[in-house]
Design a protein around this ligand. Structure first.
Ligand code: EPU
Length: 417
């Protein structure tokens, strides 16, 4: 099993380029199921979750062609297997994104119930309720959700009880081929939702309001092929930016859209980080002293839960007390005991972590427990004294494209062993 070996306390320099967004690519790939014509997606990151999603589409009957430059061509001429089996869903909860497209295209879909994962329960009840509002009959049997709409889906108003990113995406895809108008209320406003709406529009869908909490979709009879470039990964951009700040370095995070992570930039500035953002890059400069600030995760445009662990790593080297509140997932503090192994002083009280800094961090053997937790361990190891060994980096490989190569090119002592 791969591990990372990191020798801390090296400063970084140069550029840190950002890859295409994993969480935008996943629904974009699922959207390819909505048409018999080929769809070409550019800037799809080569990470494990994407490989899993492509495998799922092949299982559904699509032909997938990957190119070395990160482009993917998908042609779902016929759907032979409208199903997401347990073997695939258990490794990646986002596979529930095929539920809406399969039901809309074929009138039937069977998706294995995701079950929990290390960050929380991850239910999909809101996807199911939404599909029922569009006229599908849904029932659960033998661990599978079976949706059936033999006469097609019908537009309706769906009010999400709570904001869900993939739920909004799933329903937007289903509604694109439903008869009549669908209104999604209390919809997610994440940039990935907007990116999906752009792709669907290129495919012939009629969507307005993406990026606001009310999305209106006029169903069309069929969608056609398209070509689309995926937006930059705002979570990777934020992670690399925090790496530059924690190591007190002068680096430029390039090929990103800083407007997509304004909440992070605001918090970093409050903490005393020296950063300059342009339209497509963010530059960090060494700052004398970082101070602790409180942070609460929220739906977009609030502070992203996917950057909570990395921000906590930063707070371990900042002066003072920081209260970090996790509002989105109920169990997203798995990194805390591992950060403590490196000398961080953190106490958990319910949904809040209280970080006292700065800590004298030293390298240690630590265990990655989920994708973003792994990222926080890499960041902490970059500033800890001596050597750290990170076990189970396959979690990191689910969502970060060649992170060790990017950091090493900027001067970090990191290698895969
Ligand atoms: N929820 C429900 N019922 C549902 C769906 C969600 O109760 O049917 C709850 C969840 O349990 C959670 C909250 O609603 O407490 C928000 O979950 P959401 O559905 O928004 O999460 P998701 O769509 O499953 C996406 C990202 C996650 C990211 C969250 C929140 C993708 C593929 N995944 O998940 O990304 O943390 O939104 O922003 O887009 C990651 O990349 O590391 C990751 C976990």
């Amino acid at each position: 099993m791969d591990k990372f070996r990191i020798i801390g306390r090296q400063s970084l320099a140069g550029t840190l380029p950002v890859s295409g967004s994993k969480n935008s690519s996943l629904p974009a790939i699922a959207a390819c199921l909505l048409t018999a014509e080929p769809v070409t997606l550019h800037r799809v990151p080569q990470v494990r979750d994407i490989a899993t999603m492509l495998k799922l589409l092949e299982f559904n009957g699509a032909t997938v062609e990957r190119f070395p430059n990160g482009s993917v061509r998908i042609e779902a001429k016929t759907i032979t297997n409208p199903e997401a089996p347990y073997e695939i869903v258990k490794t990646m909860r986002a596979s529930s994104l095929v539920l809406g497209p399969l039901a809309a295209r074929t009138g039937t879909a069977r998706v294995s119930v995701p079950g929990g994962c290390s960050i929380g329960a991850r239910p999909i009840n809101l996807h199911i309720n939404g599909l029922e509002h569009l006229g599908a009959t849904v029932h659960q049997e033998h661990g599978n959700i079976e949706a059936s709409a033999p006469n097609g889906l019908h537009g309706n108003t769906v009010h999400f009880e709570r904001i869900t990113v993939t739920g909004t995406e799933d329903l937007m895809m289903a509604a694109a081929l439903a008869k009549g108008t669908t209104v999604l209320e209390n919809a997610a406003r994440e940039p990935e939702v907007v990116d999906l709406a752009e792709l669907l529009t290129k495919m012939g869908a009629q969507i307005s309001g993406a990026g606001t909490s009310r999305i209106v979709i006029e169903g069309v009879k069929q969608l056609h092929g398209a070509e689309h470039t995926i937006i930059p990964d705002r979570i990777e951009a934020g992670t690399l930016l925090i790496a530059g700040i924690m190591t007190n370095s002068e680096v430029t995070v390039t090929d990103c859209i800083p407007e997509h992570f304004t909440a992070l930039l605001n918090k970093l500035r409050q903490a005393g980080a020296r950063i300059d953002a342009s339209d497509t890059a963010v530059q960090t400069r060494p700052s004398s002293r970082l101070r602790s600030v409180d942070m609460t995760t929220e739906e977009h445009p609030g502070f992203a839960t996917d950057l909570q662990a990395q921000f906590m790593a930063l707070m371990t080297v900042s002066s003072g007390i920081s209260f970090i509140t996790e509002n989105i997932f109920e169990n997203r503090f798995m990194h805390v005991p591992e950060l403590a192994r490196m000398g961080a002083n953190i106490r958990i009280e319910g949904r809040q972590a209280i970080v006292a800094g700065p800590s004298d961090l030293t390298g240690a053997q630590v265990m990655c427990s989920d994708l973003r937790a792994s990222a926080s361990l890499v960041l902490t190891a970059l500033v800890a004294r001596g050597e750290s060994i990170l076990d189970r980096v396959y979690h990191m490989d689910r969502g970060y494209e060649r992170i060790e190569a990017k950091l090493a090119a900027a001067g970090a002592h990191i290698e895969r062993i």
